[in-house]
Design a protein around this ligand. Sequence first.
Ligand code: HEM
Ligand code: HEM
Length: 250
Amino acid sequence: MRHQSLLTYANYRWLKAAAFLVVLSIAGYAWYRPAGGPNGGTWVGYTLGTIGALLIVWLAWFGVRKRNYVPASLLLGWLSAHVYLGSTLIVVVTLHAAFQVGWNVHTLAYVLMLLVILSGFYGIYTYVRNPRAMTENLGEDTMDSLLLKIADLDKQARTLALGLPDVANQLVLASSQQTRIGGSWLRQLSGRDPACPTTAAVNGLQLLGRARRDVALKARLEIWLYVHVPLSIALIAALIAHIVSVFFYW
Ligand code: HEM
Ligand code: HEM
């Protein structure tokens, strides 16, 4: 629920604000015809660049703000603003740079910004999609109830296996003692364990598969932030280099 209303928050307030900013930027860029052609160093260029830089600082600040205690409804509004205003950078900054890209620190900042935005799009996609996949996967169960059921099956299987030949007994014991859910990042993301001793033991298979899938869905909700956040920091560094270098240059 929370993730769906993120995009519609307050009757699309931030989508409207974003659309306004985009229209204003395009109008400013189209209306102003400086002698040397449009450029980041004209006054419209400076205005768009300053709006872009302020937006980036504000967007990056989100990580700090969301860690302080805030009511969920307020956080939702911030995130909605983050997503829509963050996306406007594609237009605002491209017009600031007047489509001039090349192999330099200015374009480095630009490319980093696009990567942060793209990872953000992916994040929104997982937020909207995953909660539904999670509920479908767990059904009536919770992670705790699944784990209880698995432990219960383990106990029954071990009692039964006592009456079986040694080989079968070993197999069942190994599956109940060595099966793990979760683990390394790779395991969590893939939702599989290739070396799982229980994979052979058909009984537990379905429950285990669902528990692993739940871990996988949760891990996919987080992994993109490991791109989004470090690249945001790199972006700010490149942006400072860009601004300092143009002021030296001019
Ligand atoms: C306070 C904010 C900013 C100021 C004062 C500023 C200043 C400038 C100036 C003066 C130019 C023209 C440089 C030239 O023609 O050689 C320029 C171009 C450019 N800026 Fe900015 N900028 C700002 C924000 C940004 C932001 C946020 C980005 C991207 C993340 C960015 C990316 C670029 C790019 C890609 C160019 C084109 C470089 C080129 O001509 O090769 N700028 N900027
Ligand atoms: C240059 C632009 C952007 C910067 C610098 C930026 C930076 C950040 C930062 C620092 C966080 C906090 C993450 C944390 O500490 O956990 C964040 C969260 C987030 N960003 Fe961005 N962002 C940008 C653009 C976008 C865009 C365009 C989108 C989506 C279209 C987006 C989607 C998100 C989402 C969904 C979160 C929330 C993560 C959570 O609370 O679980 N971001 N962003």
